[in-house]
Design a protein around this ligand. Structure first.
Ligand code: MRU
Length: 362
């Protein structure tokens, strides 16, 4: 995407193949900070601590982490150990395990001396596939927005949760891709941006992204979505996902389920933008089977923000000693999902349709 008139991606492989340059997303929206990750351990820490986040982006970044390891030690043991380390950086988004598996499939049959170049090529391919995939999600999602535009006056009102934008991918985003393509096609679009407590990815990242792209948007507290839907102010919801089961259950950022309930109660279509790298056909029942990441309670009891003096501060919002729980994702049952927007087209959340999707990108 374009930032300050220049094309920018949240992940860029160095031409020397000795590191990847990422945006430290913890500093947004106040500062645009780039960091170079030059070791697999730096990649692991950046994923774990959410310098990079978003399912497709952590998959692509982890792929480069494994490629960096192959420069240092490409033995079978090092390959398996670092694959395990990277896979554990975050448990919920299946794209991470998917990307590592894709590299292992390519590298295991090779001699160690051949692995560094092949690993980097494969990581590049994962990154470029992601860009193509998200652009295709945008093309398939665009008619959904055009249909709303054709039947009512005023802007198409989209509500989104968390950040499933280009910052969460290598480019385009997933949930935002139809929005960007609609905006580029001249459609009037307005986005309701959920703040997305506790880490505020909506307020810090999605609002920043949409502002860079000139897409009209309004930030709302997480609790506002149901009210907006009751008042007819939301035409459709589009969210991203971290893991989708064979039954079509959707795991995404905590709070997504409540939006799906409100959407169902108000007859608002609830779409999930899903690259097939996020589809986990080994699982069926999302509630029972998807591992839900529990993050630090500190993310709930504290907030970061910029003071009037321009200083970025970390402040406590709960009484000293308050116990807090921080499940980072929830599961929206397939019955609440209108459809999944994939790179191959729009599909219903049902096993036959999901198993019928082309296999090559999985
Ligand atoms: O904890 P995060 O910020 O990594 O969670 C991100 C989300 O839940 C996104 O909606 C999901 O990863 C899809 S990103 C295209």
């Amino acid at each position: 995407m374009i930032v300050g008139g220049k094309p920018l991606r949240p992940l860029r492989a160095r031409a020397e193949r000795d590191g990847v340059v990422v945006i430290d997303q913890r500093a947004l929206p106040h500062r645009l900070v780039f960091e170079t990750l030059a070791t697999p351990h730096a990649v692991h820490a950046a994923i774990r601590d959410m310098w990079v986040r978003g399912a497709p982006l952590i998959g692509a970044t982890a792929a480069y982490g494994l490629a960096l390891q192959m420069r240092q030690d490409a033995s079978d043991r090092a390959l398996e150990e670092v694959a395990d380390l990277l896979r554990l950086a975050r448990p919920t988004a299946v794209n991470l395990a998917w990307a590592i598996q894709r590299l292992l499939r390519r590298l295991r049959p090779l001699q160690p001396a051949e692995r560094a170049a092949a690993a980097w090529d494969e990581a590049d391919a994962i990154a470029e596939d992601d860009v193509r995939c998200n652009a295709a999600i945008g093309r398939h999602g665009l008619p959904l927005l055009q249909a709303v535009d054709a039947r009512k006056p005023g802007p198409v009102q989209v509500l989104t949760h968390c950040n499933a934008g280009w910052l969460a991918t290598v480019d385009w985003g997933t949930a935002t891709s139809p929005i960007y393509q609609a905006h580029a096609a001249g459609l009037a679009v307005h986005v309701w941006v959920d703040e997305t407590r506790p880490r505020n990815q909506g307020a810090s990242l999605t609002a920043w992204e949409l502002a860079q792209a000139g897409v009209p948007h309004t930030l709302v507290a997480d609790n506002a979505g149901g009210h907006l839907m009751q008042r007819g102010q939301v035409d459709l919801v589009i969210v991203g996902c971290d893991r989708v089961t064979a039954h079509g259950d959707v795991c995404n950022k905590i709070g997504t389920y409540l939006k799906a309930l409100a959407a169902r109660d108000n007859g608002v279509p609830f779409y999930v933008a899903m690259p097939t790298s996020t589809l986990d056909l080994t699982l069926r029942d999302g509630l029972a089977e998807i591992p839900i990441e529990e993050r630090s309670p500190r993310e709930v009891t504290h907030l970061a923000g910029r003071s009037a003096a321009g200083e970025v501060l970390d402040v406590q919002i709960a009484p000293d000693g308050t116990r807090a729980a921080n499940p980072a994702f929830d599961v929206t049952p397939a019955r609440l999902v209108t459809a999944l927007i994939t790179e191959h087209g729009v599909v219903v959340p049902a096993e036959a349709a999901l198993r019928g999707l082309p296999l090559e990108s999985r």
